[in-house]
Design a binder for this molecule. Structure first.
Ligand code: ADP
Ligand code: MG
Length: 388
């Protein structure tokens, strides 16, 4: 039996019907493109959130998480769920139940126990892992049919509308739709998915994640300001969203924008879309090494134009590159969280050490540095006592 099933049993006094797992993610390239209806290229992490669950027939949702602790539990009648009604971590799984039911899916009550090794708040998307694992558990427990892209959309709706975080679709789509050994090329407007080969070990490469373990307080407000600026840019250019500005037309588009702040946001989003296109082409051609400089260019654009980096992320990227990385960038929404670095297998240890040393020398908290491979998206990992 795994930890989630054990936690469930000691909490509720009986065995769960099953355990479902959903991973966190890192985005290789395509930052802030999803909130402009554009393209992203995440991989699923080996790190997962697991949900052990059993259906209830009384319309009640009981929630417990190992990470939140036994003092922070919830017992919620589904009929009373509404945006704003639930606070704290329970809003994520409760919001999923609400969004599934709002979409007309026959989802009823459940006992739920959550346990995770996705670091929370590290920009690796523990929130989407929690939502997607819960969504998969509830739909399978209640026999509700929902394909993976639709599941991701409903999980996003839970986070946007029920929890109140205006995130794009990338995190939920990565957690729901990734496959091992591949990056997920996702067109967030059309929900078109393509699995792009991403087996770095076969090329003698590694992907390092540097979790800076900082999260600067201005993140939420800055996020809303960037989104509003992108929308203003799209309006000024007469397009539905910035993904509709072709890269070839970027200079002309920038020339037509009076507001320098908006101009910078537009330059990031449109150039980042082009970087996604180029990295996808390189991976598909079996040339992952050549993607390195595009990662670093993406970081410069996020730092200088989109202005969502921070000293710790800039340091991680600069030192990784100086220590021999092929390229590096912040990943996720920024203002802390994680960076990634593409490195030769033989340079991985030296790059990790150099980043750790530089953080110590700068007086920053010690970062967590680890290598990741592209893992699988959400799945059922156990059928409970009868079938496991
Ligand atoms: P990220 O998604 O980058 O990890 P977020 O701020 O979007 O950061 O989501 C983190 C929040 O998600 C936590 O504060 C908590 O409310 C919730 N969460 C994630 N994982 C768990 C878990 N295992 N148990 C309880 N809550 C969790
Ligand atoms: Mg999140």
């Amino acid at each position: 039996m795994n930890d989630a099933a054990e936690g469930f049993e000691s909490t509720y006094g009986y065995a769960p019907e099953g355990v479902w797992a959903a991973p966190g993610r890192v985005n290789l390239i395509g930052e802030y493109t999803d909130v402009n209806e554009g393209h992203v290229l995440p991989i699923a992490l080996p790190h997962c959130t697991r949900v052990a669950a059993a259906a209830r027939t009384d319309g009640v949702l009981r929630l417990r998480s190992r990470e939140a602790g036994p003092q922070d539990t919830a017992e919620l009648p589904l009929a009373a769920l509404a945006p704003g009604a639930v606070r704290g971590w329970a809003a994520y799984p409760a919001g999923v139940a609400w969004a599934l039911r709002e979409a007309g899916l026959p989802v009823g009550g459940a006992d739920v126990y959550v346990e995770s090794d996705v670091p929370a708040g590290a920009g690796l998307s523990s929130s989407a892992a929690l939502e997607v694992a819960t969504a998969l558990a509830l739909t399978e427990l209640h026999g509700a049919a929902c394909d993976r892209p639709a599941l991701a959309r409903l999980a996003q709706r839970a986070e946007n509308t029920f929890v109140g975080v205006p995130c794009g679709l990338m995190d939920q789509a990565a957690s729901a739709c990734c496959t091992a050994g591949h990056a997920l090329h996702l067109d967030t407007r059309h929900l078109a998915l393509r699995q792009v080969p991403f087996d770095l070990a076969a090329h003698g490469l590694r992907l390092l994640v540097v979790d800076t373990r900082v999260r600067h307080a201005l993140a939420d407000g800055a996020y809303a300001v960037r989104r509003a600026g992108c929308e203003a840019g799209a309006r000024a250019l007469g397009v539905r969203a910035l993904r509709d500005v072709p890269h070839a037309d970027l200079d002309a588009a920038l020339g037509g924008l009076a507001d320098t702040g908006v101009r910078r946001l537009v330059r990031h989003v449109v150039s980042e879309g082009e970087r996604v296109r180029r990295v996808v082409a390189l991976l598909a051609a079996g040339e992952p090494r050549a993607a390195g400089p595009l990662l670093t260019a993406g970081h410069a654009s996020l730092r200088d134009d989109f202005a969502v980096s921070c000293p710790e992320l800039d340091l991680a990227v600069a030192v990784a590159n100086e220590a021999g990385a092929l390229g590096a960038r912040m990943t996720g929404a920024g203002f802390g969280g994680s960076a990634l670095a593409l490195v030769e297998e033989g340079a991985a240890d030296a790059v990790g050490r150099a980043v750790a040393d530089a953080f110590a020398a700068a007086g920053h908290r010690a970062p967590r540095v680890f290598a990741v491979v592209a893992g699988d998206g959400a799945r059922r990992v156990s059928r409970g006592r009868a079938g496991s």
